[in-house]
Design a protein around this ligand. Structure first.
Ligand code: 8YV
Length: 313
């Protein structure tokens, strides 16, 4: 009999197909009665598969005492209590690196879309305003400006490489300075924001980073500064950000992530200095396939009693 796994939510189709052909997969989100489902697999379930946003709660894990592995389809593990997993002897694997290029691409796309008003320009063209009103309002250049990257991990590094292609001066703030990095290290996020035209958020959501982009940081970014977030909504004080955008004390924002996904604050939906994405930075066929492969590989490693290829705990 194949091993029983709990799948918290839908994943990339091809990954689900492989997963379901190799394991007995119980679909949590699809269950009519989730509590009955957990009871029915309490003894058999040996692993959980989930994505970065959903994670899995301790409450669910406590009802599945034989779970020894959580394989995350995503790099972020902030929706999982890692300390609890350590204490309960549960390994956690994720999918770092394979998504970094696409996330960095989307960060660049959001930055350009925001300062160059790509979405507003599209609307201007579609609504027939060009022949009626002439050229659309002028926009702001990205090339040659100052970029601050908060979080110089794999995604931040891919992003920095792209931004240098736009002749941008790149500085970064990170837990620690990266030895040999060609970019300028700035110890304080507020100081990074104060000196940046574009502040990019690429840090993982941890106790040390959640809420880091607060009112002071937004004020330091200032009325000509753009905020681009492809990490987690929780890194930003969302009400403070919304106020700053409404009052134009920052110039604009390109946002892929939000506090209470999939909810987006109403105020953001009406602002024209904001470009929004539905948490889709890793959403390409290529990256989702690679994430799925790594997620499956982590599971396989666990069941083969080998170290996970990408292990968090
Ligand atoms: C995914 C993510 O959107 O990797 C992460 O942490 O948030 C994203 O890549 C998500 O995990 C897949 O649904």
């Amino acid at each position: 009999m194949s091993k029983t796994l709990l799948l918290m939510g839908p994943l990339f189709e091809a990954t689900m197909t492989t997963l379901e052909s190799s394991y007995t997969v119980k679909r949590y989100w699809d269950a009519k009665n989730q509590s009955d489902l957990l009871n029915s697999i309490a003894d058999d379930c040996v692993g959980v598969v989930t994505d970065g946003g959903r994670g899995v709660s301790n409450d669910i894990l406590k009802q599945l005492p034989n779970v020894r592995v959580i394989s995350v389809f995503g790099v972020g593990v902030d929706a999982i209590d890692l300390e609890y997993c350590k204490s309960a002897n549960i390994s956690v694997g994720n999918t770092p690196d394979v998504l970094s290029d696409d996330v960095a691409d989307l960060a660049v796309a959001l930055a350009l879309a925001t300062c160059r008003q790509v979405v507003n320009g599209d609307q201007y063209a579609r609504q027939g305003l060009w022949p009626k009103q002439g050229a659309m309002p002028l926009t702001v250049r990205m090339m040659g400006k100052k970029a601050g990257i908060y979080g110089m991990g794999s995604i931040g590094t891919c992003l920095a490489k792209r931004l240098t292609g736009f002749d941008m001066q790149v500085s970064y703030c990170n837990r620690s300075e990266k030895a040999g990095s060609p970019y300028k290290f700035v110890a304080s996020l507020e100081a990074l924001a104060a000196d940046a035209d574009f502040l990019f958020i690429t840090a993982a959501a941890t106790a040390g980073t959640i809420g880091a982009v607060n009112q002071q940081v937004l004020d330091a970014l200032g009325k000509n500064g753009y905020l681009i977030n492809v990490s987690r909504g929780t890194l930003v004080d969302e009400p403070a950000m919304v106020n700053s955008l409404v009052n134009k004390t920052i110039a604009g924002a390109g946002l892929d992530v939000f506090h209470d996904e999939p909810a987006i604050p109403d105020a953001l939906l009406t602002l024209d200095n904001v470009v929004l994405q539905p948490h889709n930075a890793s959403g390409t066929w290529e990256t989702r396939q690679a994430m799925g492969d790594l997620m499956l590989e982590n599971l396989q490693c666990h069941f083969d009693n080998k170290p996970l290829t990408a292990s968090v705990v």
